[in-house]
Design a protein around this ligand. Structure first.
Ligand SMILES: [Zn+2]
Length: 250
C-alpha cells in the first residue's frame, strides 16, 4: 500500500459537470467557511492552474498558472478559465498558521502536527480517469465506443490530477460515452480484497482532499478517518447532486 492518501468526492453520475455558477459557489463556500485559505494567509501556498490542450505524453501538461485574488469567484470568471480544464489548488502547509478548518474528523498526529493537506477542485470536459495502487483500470473493452473506437488515452502529467482521460464524445462517430454504469475493482487498503467501483474513478468534476503523507497509518484509526460532514455539506448546498467518496493510496 502506497503512502499518498487522497479522498476524492465525485458525482455518482460520472457525466455530471456543474454549471460555472455552481462551481463558483462551491469555491466561494470553501473560502467563506474557512475550509480553504485566502491568498494572503501565512502557512499556505495556493494556485489556479488552467490546463491547456496538448497531448504529447512527453512531460508536463501545458498550463497557465496564477495566484488567487481576494475577490469572490464569479460564474463568468469560471467560464472564462475552464475552457479546457481548471484546477484550483489550496495547499495548506501548516494548519495552525493558515488558521483554516481541518476537513477530517480528527488529527491523526496531534503531538507532532500541525496537519498539512491540499484542497483541490478539478473541472474538465472529457473524463479524468485515475488508476493506481488500489484502483484497477477498466478492461479495454469497457472504454471502447459502440463503434469500436478506444476512448481512453494518456495525456501529459499535471500536479494533482490523473494523467489519463476518457473522451466524452467519440471522435469517430459522435456518440457520447458515460462510464457511470461500468465497473472496475477497488482494493481494500489493508486486506487487498477487491470490490466493484461502479463508474470507476472517473469524473468531469471532483473535490479532492489530498493528505499526502499526513494520515493515520494504523488500520483502526484509518477506518475512522473521514471527511467532516460540515465540509461535505458544502457540496450538498452548492453542487446538490448525489456524490460518493473514494479513497486512494499511492
Ligand atoms: Zn464511436
Amino acid at each position: 500500500m502506497g503512502v499518498d492518501y487522497r479522498v476524492w468526492v465525485l458525482p455518482r453520475q460520472r457525466s455530471f459537470r456543474p454549471s460555472a455558477e455552481q462551481f463558483a459557489r462551491l469555491a466561494n463556500a470553501l473560502r467563506d467557511g474557512n475550509w480553504a485559505p485566502m491568498p494572503d494567509t501565512p502557512g499556505q501556498g495556493s494556485q489556479i492552474i488552467e490546463l491547456l490542450p496538448g497531448n504529447s505524453v512527453a512531460g508536463k501538461k501545458p498550463a497557465r498558472v496564477q495566484g488567487f485574488d481576494n475577490i469572490p469567484f464569479t460564474s463568468s470568471w469560471v467560464e472564462f478559465h475552464s475552457q479546457h480544464e481548471l484546477v484550483m489548488d489550496w495547499h495548506v502547509r501548516n494548519l495552525r498558521e493558515a488558521g483554516v478548518q481541518y476537513p477530517f474528523v480528527f488529527d491523526p498526529y496531534p503531538d507532532s502536527g500541525p496537519p498539512y493537506f491540499y484542497v483541490r477542485l478539478i473541472l474538465g470536459r472529457d473524463y479524468f480517469y485515475w488508476t493506481g495502487e488500489n484502483v484497477m483500470p477498466f478492461d479495454d473493452a469497457t472504454t471502447e465506443c459502440v463503434c469500436g473506437e478506444q476512448l481512453s488515452f494518456w495525456t501529459d502529467w499535471a500536479h494533482g490530477t490523473p494523467s489519463q482521460r476518457i473522451q466524452m464524445v467519440c471522435p469517430q462517430c459522435g456518440q457520447r460515452f458515460d462510464p457511470s454504469g461500468k465497473a472496475c475493482d477497488i482494493l481494500d487498503g489493508w486486506s487487498g480484497a477487491p470490490t466493484p467501483l461502479i463508474g470507476g474513478l472517473t469524473f468531469r468534476f471532483a473535490l479532492v482532499v489530498d493528505c499526502h503523507k499526513y494520515w493515520p497509518h494504523d488500520e483502526d484509526a484509518a477506518r475512522r478517518f473521514h471527511l467532516r460532514s460540515g465540509f461535505l455539506d458544502l457540496w450538498r448546498k452548492t453542487i446538490e447532486v448525489p456524490f460518493e467518496t473514494v479513497v486512494t493510496f499511492d
